[in-house]
Design a protein around this ligand. Sequence first.
Ligand SMILES: Cc1cc2nc3c(=O)[nH]c(=O)nc-3n(C[C@H](O)[C@H](O)[C@H](O)COP(=O)(O)O)c2cc1C
Length: 246
Amino acid sequence: MNKTLELIHKRKSMRVFEDKRISDEDKRAILEAAIQAPSAGNMNLYTILDITDQELKERLAVTCDNQPFIAKAEMVLIFCADYRRWYDVFCEHMDEVRKPAHGDMMLAEADAIIAAQNAVIAAESLGIGSCYIGDITENYEIHKELLKLPKYVVPAAMLVFGYPTEQQLNRTKPNRFRVEDVVHENGYDSAKAAAMGEMLMAREGASGEAFVDWVQRFCKRKWNSDFSVEMSRSCKAMIEDWCREE
Ligand SMILES: Cc1cc2nc3c(=O)[nH]c(=O)nc-3n(C[C@H](O)[C@H](O)[C@H](O)COP(=O)(O)O)c2cc1C
């Protein structure tokens, strides 16, 4: 395995950090790597919010489903899908400009998230751990105000960074599915997809009652949970706000 592949395989989410500063140089290197990511039409359809204010970090730790480790992270970046900048330039120089719509939001979200993943890999190469915080897409109205987001700018992904503790470094990375289970040739293979139960049993190393118990607990925690209901409500509000006629 080459060094890049090794790094990708080794990376895991880090949630407990040492009390150690990330140098300006390393932070800059991570941000420079983020913007080297592929970008639709090379439009860089995102803005990265660098959250340096401790009070704001603490507020986000609450609004992002009460995850205190957010406030303890040395570096917090929020990648926002952003069509505001381009739309303003188009409006300034064109007589007729259509409004940003659903497709534009999806494209900008993809741009933002791909840039975020570049930041993750760059940080990992510098020995800096990271963790995505999906809950930044909850509480849209609160985050919009807190982060002063104008129309056509919405949060896509949040990342927290820091030097991982020894315990985090030694933690076992969660298992993945097998490539064969996830890759379908030339179109969706419903028969393969129907083997989800078996895929999960293999991944979790559980069968029989233990497996049923695992599925029930996981479903309660991740699917039937308040946070996932809130995320859907919030994302609906986000899309409606983006597409609302002014
Ligand atoms: C879109 C997205 C949202 C996530 N949100 C959270 C989160 O809010 N809190 C958290 O602790 N981990 C979060 N994670 C990290 C996942 O739990 C983690 O990637 C997964 O369990 C696999 O573990 P690994 O990253 O250590 O390989 C998120 C990951 C992704 C990709």
